[in-house]
Design a protein. Structure first.
Length: 193
């Protein structure tokens, strides 16, 4: 399965986790391995993390609301090529025509098949992927917004700003300010004042 086409984060709610006893047990076992400090604990924990990933992925993909459409899209040879391009090379100047060419389909066949399998238009999916990466960069880096805009495939800061605001409901600057973790030194200084 082309893992690069999968979302960066999966969330398993408690009900799903309770329905996956092997996954739940592996997660509980991870805490024990780290706490014990026994010989080989690091290697066991690494393998347990790998197993946890596979079990979590299996649980998510078995959910009818999410897993079935993703698997159908990833199994389709043309659409999976386009998904890999969108998720791995999102900063390229993609158009509907160039994504259709990447998939090896006509523009209309590609657009219809993509929407049917993925549940949204190719360009909306591309925008979502770009905005996910922009949100990550805004949160995890101090890159200027203009650099982030370039990194996620926008040639115009204004275009990026408008797209991000439409996607998130906030400007990139507002989003960055709301996600910044407080500076521990500043928090300590303010608490003494």
């Amino acid at each position: 399965m082309p893992y690069r086409a999968l979302p960066a984060v999966f969330v398993l709610d408690r009900a799903v986790l309770e329905g996956q006893p092997l996954l739940a047990g592996t997660l509980r076992g991870l805490t024990c391995e780290w706490a014990d400090g026994e010989p080989g604990a690091g290697l066991v924990a690494l393998r347990a993390f790998e197993l946890t990933f596979v079990l979590a992925l299996r649980a998510v993909l078995s959910e009818p609301a999410y897993g079935e459409p993703v698997l159908r899209a990833l199994r389709h040879p043309a659409i999976s090529r386009a998904l890999l391009a969108v998720h791995g090379r999102f900063s390229e100047p993609w158009t509907l025509e160039s994504l259709a060419a990447e998939a090896g389909l006509s523009r209309s066949a590609f657009a219809a098949t993509f929407r049917d399998l993925v549940g949204e238009t190719p360009m909306r999916h591309l925008t979502g992927r770009r905005m996910q990466e922009a949100a990550r960069l805004l949160t995890e880096t101090t890159l200027a917004q203009s650099r982030i805009s370039e990194r996620v495939g926008y040639r115009s800061d204004v275009g990026f700003h408008l797209a991000f605001r439409t996607w998130c409901g906030r400007t990139p600057g507002e989003y960055r300010r709301s996600r910044r973790s407080p500076d521990p030194a500043r928090t300590a200084a303010l608490s003494r004042a």
